[in-house]
Design a protein. Sequence first.
Length: 84
Amino acid sequence: MKINFPIRDIVIELGQPDPDNPGAFLGGKIISGGLNEDDCYNYINYYMMDAIESVILAHACAGIDIINPAYLKGIKTVVDAHTN
């Protein structure tokens, strides 16, 4: 299952559904988006965005609706706060 996360054009690919936890998935990966060239030149941005991406991926694997408008607003606030 692929999820197009609209903030920083992150695309997440989730693994198989978790048979022991309905709605959750057995792993996943970020296949595009997220970190950009500016992040690579600024170590603080790089590591912060890497951490934010990891949290988003973990939430998606746990079955949290990461496309929910309230969730998106929270992530956008974090990204904006750390890049400004």
